[in-house]
Design a protein around this ligand. Structure first.
Ligand code: ATP
Ligand code: MG
Length: 197
């Protein structure tokens, strides 16, 4: 099987994530996409960037992918209850499913900090590294396209950071989120004050 792996904090999951998953599924002919929510984010340690409790983020993910074929959740990182680097997740997946091929799905913001990724060379050996266009982030240079698969998709200008900020400012975010996620955020009054960046 060809399996897409989409890691993130999903705080909250938004239409950009779903768009990326759907486009990758179609264009790379993936059999399944695993959303891998992080328990803690390695690069988001600062206090003011603290992420929401895992149970909220997980619930929103479940609501977002419900009913969409081939989109699934992996609990691997959540279960560890600590920071898990991508390389560890990929190693575990490859060990468990040795006959499958993995496609790591990322947005173009990630390629700016690739030299910070733990064991980046190992990651490249374990999977196909897919980079998707994201507004305001550069695309790949010709040289880099050899290492990565460039996913040409209509970019959506949506980020969780922007959604959290808009909610704090009392602005509408419903068009940026799956309806059920927007409803859940309202019901539980998430992101209303002082939380997130
Ligand atoms: P934050 O602003 O909190 O970092 P985010 O919107 O970047 O949130 P993450 O959970 O960090 O969401 O993202 C998980 C993965 O999805 C990352 O690889 C990220 O680049 C990618 N991604 C997020 N939003 C988009 C988007 N609009 N288009 C393409 N890729 C995206
Ligand atoms: Mg991000």
């Amino acid at each position: 099987m060809r399996i897409g792996v989409l890691g993130g904090t999903f705080d909250p999951v938004h239409r950009g994530h779903i768009h990326l998953a759907r486009e990758a599924k179609e264009k790379l002919r993936l059999d399944k996409i695993l959303f891998v929510p992080a328990y803690l984010a390695p690069n988001k340690k600062a206090k003011k960037n603290e992420i929401s409790p895992a149970h909220f983020r997980l619930k929103m993910l479940k609501l977002a992918i419900a009913g969409i074929p081939k989109l699934k959740i992996s609990y691997f990182e959540l279960k560890k209850k600590r920071v898990v680097y991508t390389v560890e997740t990929l190693k575990a997946l490859c060990k468990r499913y040795p006959r499958d091929q993995f496609y790591l799905l990322t947005g173009a913001d990630n390629i700016l900090g690739l030299h910070h990724w733990k064991s980046f060379d190992t990651i490249l050996r374990l999977c196909h590294f897919v980079v998707a266009k994201r507004p305001e982030f550069r695309s790949l240079a010709a040289e880099e396209r050899k290492k990565f698969i460039w996913l040409a998709m209509r970019p959506l200008k949506i980020s969780s950071t922007d959604i959290r900020k808009k909610i704090r400012e009392g602005k509408s975010v419903s068009r940026l989120l799956p309806d059920r996620v927007a409803g859940f955020i309202k019901q539980n009054r998430l992101y209303q004050q002082g939380k997130g960046a």
